[in-house]
Design a protein around this ligand. Structure first.
Ligand code: FAD
Length: 317
């Protein structure tokens, strides 16, 4: 079932969902199940599974370094299919422009269609680890809007090089990313919002936001989006702080601000166990306020371990 239909069916009640990251290559899927199991009591209608960009590794061959391209966390679509069938829950694979040609994307989408996956998140992806700027992959899309256009065309039976009969064509519900504190490359929030509108106009059905720690940023973002005619649901994505290093890492990687009260509370912690507790408490307060404001879904970024998300959901749902 589509994310947009889950939201309609909920009739204004806030739903619970979360995002997981595939395990490192060579690890077992049981590790994922062990972290998903405790969250299923909160009845998520859908679970997102991220996709990681390819990266370069250097292999020592008799003193000479051989540069090879690899993907550390492959398996997004396979994981989506496994979770869908094990838990009878909808799954949302993340699709990236970076690292995929349009043809490769089409094949992934054909697999999704056969597997009964009804939703996808259309994303550009970041620059590769050792590159400063995002470089489009040869034969791939430059921006997420291109991916949305490809998906929208495919929903109408228009594959890349052929038109297929439309009776059996896919009907993906398309999610896209939004940034309450603007995307790090965007020259202004206003221009980033215009880009978001382009993705929605191209066929996106809902937006999931980048994490934020001050709810006012989300409320202002939704108001500004509505003002320029973005009418689709805007799902807040939130994440509990888990380690002290997040104070530097999150602003550096995502260019987001942290509220001073949260920084002070984390600074006062004597170890990461205490930081994790502060993160949980902050996120409970954020969640309660967002739920009271009637957000369609509370979507949690679970970075592997789910004990903190369970502690939050237990107080909010
Ligand atoms: P876009 O919408 O393409 O925007 C990228 C930048 O380009 C923005 O600054 C935008 O303003 C600008 N822009 C857009 N269109 C144009 C245009 N036509 N001309 C000029 N500028 C333009 N990353 C992963 O690698 N894997 C994941 O699974 C993943 N999941 C995510 C889930 C969510 C909810 C979010 C919020 C982010 C996720 N990301 C993920 C990170 C995401 O890939 C990065 O933030 C990436 O840098 C931008 O992706 P986008 O889809 O927002 O890009």
């Amino acid at each position: 079932m589509k994310v947009s239909d889950h939201i309609k069916e909920a009739k204004g009640e806030t739903l619970f969902s979360f995002e997981i990251i595939p395990p490192l290559k060579g690890h077992r899927i049981q590790e994922l199940y062990d972290n998903i199991d405790p969250l299923m009591e909160f009845k998520p209608p859908f679970i997102d599974v991220t996709t990681s960009r390819e990266e370069y590794v250097y292999i020592d061959r008799d003193g000479l370094l051989d540069k090879k391209l690899t993907r550390m966390r492959p398996g997004t679509v396979g994981i989506c299919a496994s979770i869908k069938h094990k838990y009878d829950v909808d799954t949302v694979p993340h699709l990236l422009c970076g690292g995929f040609s349009k043809e490769e994307t089409e094949y992934v989408l054909v697999d999704c269609h056969y597997l009964g996956i009804d939703n996808v998140m259309a994303l550009r992806g970041d620059a590769m680890k050792d590159e400063k700027y995002f470089k489009p992959t040869k034969g791939g899309h430059d921006y997420a809007v291109g991916l949305v256009e490809q998906l929208d065309a495919l929903n109408r039976g228009n594959y890349l090089h052929d038109t297929v009969e439309t009776d059996h064509c896919a009907d993906f519900c398309i999610g896209v990313a939004g940034y309450p504190e603007k995307h790090l490359e965007a020259p202004s929030l206003k221009s980033d919002l215009k880009r978001l509108k382009q993705k929605v106009d191209a066929g996106a059905h809902y937006v999931v936001t980048q994490m934020f720690f001050d709810n006012q940023k989300y409320f202002d973002f939704v108001d500004a989006a509505r003002e320029i005619g973005i009418e689709v649901p805007i799902i807040p994505g939130i994440k509990p702080i888990a380690v002290k290093r997040h104070l530097q890492l999150l602003p550096q990687v995502f260019r987001i601000d942290l509220p001073q009260d949260l920084i002070d509370a984390v600074d006062d912690c004597k170890d990461n166990k205490a930081v994790r507790q502060v993160g949980v408490e902050w996120c409970i307060e954020q969640s309660r306020e967002l739920k009271a404001a009637g957000v369609p879904v509370l979507h949690y970024y679970s970075m592997g371990k789910s004990d903190n998300i369970k502690a939050i959901a237990g107080k909010v749902f």
